[in-house]
Design a protein around this ligand. Structure first.
Ligand code: MG
Length: 248
């Protein structure tokens, strides 16, 4: 069942996702060569708690971090740790979740560590733009597949692989609610999206093949060919005319 949020619930979603927005801007400032992913995790947790919220990811199905830190060929769900130092030329996906007043916020960005190759920059830019191609078509009454198809078509036009195993999702009282929001699929299919639904749209785009695998830690998702992957996510509120992006 897809939840339609009440005006009061939407206000709480704005609060939770406003913290995500601010935290992602802060993360962009502190991502640099030589810091560990554990450092980013500690700083994020402190930021979230200072705002009176909780990190939604911490303990989620046993996840050990407050954020996910996914470097280069890691697609998503990288576990922060004190042994992994950021190096110039890497790209790092930072995915954060917040929980406050009974509601969740969720968003992700991929950042450059120092100077990166033009190929990696293009991957980041296309991944971000694929999100915006998706929301261009999104408003009350459109079918989910129209959004998915727009994301897929744009990303694949650059020869990139669109990850199938992981998707966006409805979000509210639960971090993951219905519907599942794939980044691929045929237009004109799927449920109709309605005003006052809140969904997280999160393209995960690989420079090479679309196939991924889960590492032995049970969390880390990597590209099968070892090429880089980028992630871009916002939580959006669907309106009669379009969307309100709650994490931007
Ligand atoms: Mg998400």
């Amino acid at each position: 069942m897809i939840n339609i949020k009440t005006p009061a619930e939407i206000e709480y979603m704005r609060i939770a996702n406003g913290i995500v927005r601010d935290l992602l801007l802060y993360m962009e400032e502190i991502v640099k060569e030589g810091v560990t992913t554990a450092y980013l995790d500690e700083k994020a947790r402190a930021f979230i708690e200072k705002r009176g919220a909780k990190p939604s990811f911490l303990g989620y199905e046993g996840f050990p971090g407050s954020i996910c830190t996914s470097i280069d060929d890691v697609v998503v769900h990288g576990i922060p740790n004190k042994h992994t130092y950021l190096k110039e030329g890497q790209i790092i996906g930072v995915d954060v979740g917040t929980f406050i007043h009974g509601f969740n916020g969720d968003g992700a960005r991929t950042f450059a560590v120092g100077k990166i190759s033009p190929e990696k920059q293009k991957l980041i830019d296309v991944t971000r733009q694929s999100f915006f191609e998706g929301i261009k078509v999104l408003k009350d009454g459109v079918r989910l597949g129209d959004v998915s198809h727009a994301i897929q078509t744009y990303a694949e036009s650059f020869g990139y692989g669109v990850v199938r195993e992981l998707t966006g999702h409805g979000i509210g009282r639960e971090m993951h609610e219905d519907p599942s929001v794939p980044n691929y699929g045929p237009a004109g299919h799927g449920v109709r999206l309605r005003s006052n639904m809140t969904i997280a749209i999160e393209p995960m785009i690989n420079m090479g093949v679309k196939e991924v695998y889960i590492a032995r830690d049970g969390w880390t998702v990597r590209t099968r060919d070892g090429k880089p992957s980028a992630h871009y996510e916002n939580t959006v509120l669907i309106t009669d005319e379009g969307v309100e992006i709650l994490t931007l």
